[in-house]
Ligand binder design. Structure first.
Ligand code: NDP
Length: 258
């Protein structure tokens, strides 16, 4: 049976679009009583719009706090929890979703700056966020659910493709980090889980081709990709199992993708 997240505070990184935005809506719609949602990303306007949409749809049961946060900036991440108003610091769920891909290119041609931004965001950003939030979980002790970390990996981390070496390597790193952390935290009631999407149609699809929408459309021609909502449903599912159930690793394909 689905557990209620009443009284919980959920942090989502990269909540301004795509999967992160859908996760925010899915948490709010399915857990509309006494939930706090901290929505983070670099684009504050989009977060504010989303906060207003959630307020309109579900009312006061869900409190929403938009927070501008660049996960690739270690100082911002370090100051994140302490910078929250006191009543927002008791975080129970962290969805590490912020991530990006820069182009499709063979390894020797990938620009140094693109390599850095992918690793700084997808890997170091995710690790730094996790380190920032773990003390909150640990302080809660082993009573009940001490806290959930849900990392968004990718099929790319399991099945690397030509032209995507750095992105795939970054997602393989997420996978290794997630697995090791789950083992380190065994029996602490801190659940560490990963959800790996296959092809999902989001802004990401266009960014991958340096903004060339026709190229992005060509890749998706004849396909029926997942929607961000499909992934959000899985994220909320894993967060709402009873405390003893760890849905450690989930791979979600669209039916055309092998
Ligand atoms: P989008 O581009 O739609 O969303 C990415 C989100 O990440 C945005 O909200 C963006 O917000 C945020 N983000 C990017 N860089 C940073 C940063 N430095 N600090 C904080 N937030 C940041 O893509 P998706 O929704 O598709 O991607 C979400 C996750 O899903 C990523 O980790 C991606 O790798 C993964 N994924 C996506 C797949 C797909 O096919 N779309 C497949 C498999 C995995 P802002 O720009 O406002 O900061």
């Amino acid at each position: 049976a689905a557990k209620r997240l009443q009284g919980k505070t959920v942090v989502i990184t990269g909540a301004s679009s795509g999967i992160g935005r859908s996760c925010a809506l899915e948490f709010a719609r399915t857990q509309p009583h006494d939930l706090r949602l901290i929505l983070t990303a670099r684009r504050e306007d989009a977060l504010r719009e989303l906060a207003a949409q959630i307020r309109d749809e579900v009312g006061d049961g869900v409190k929403v706090l938009p927070v501008k946060l660049d996960v690739s900036k270690p100082d911002e991440v370090r100051g994140f929890v302490g910078g929250l108003p006191e009543e927002w610091r008791d975080i129970g769920v962290l969805v590490n979703n912020a991530g990006l891909v820069k182009g499709v290119a063979k390894a020797p041609e990938i620009a140094e700056a693109d390599i850095a931004v992918m690793f700084d965001t997808n890997v170091t950003g995710l690790i730094n966020m996790t380190q920032a939030i773990l003390p909150v979980f640990k302080a809660r002790g082993t009573e009940g659910g001490a806290g959930d970390i849900i990392n968004i990996g990718s099929i790319a981390g399991r099945e690397p493709y030509a032209g995507g070496s750095i992105y795939c390597a970054s997602k393989a790193a997420v996978r290794a980090f997630t697995d090791a952390l789950r083992r380190e935290l065994v029996a602490t009631r801190i659940r560490v889980m990963e959800v790996d999407p296959g092809q999902v149609e989001t802004e990401f699809s266009v960014v991958r081709f340096y903004g060339d929408k026709s190229k992005a459309d060509a890749v998706y021609a004849g396909c029926d990709p997942l929607t961000p909502e499909d992934i959000a449903e899985v994220v909320v599912f894993v967060a709402t199992r009873r405390e003893n159930v760890v849905v450690a690793d989930t791979l979600v394909y669209p039916s055309h993708q092998a």
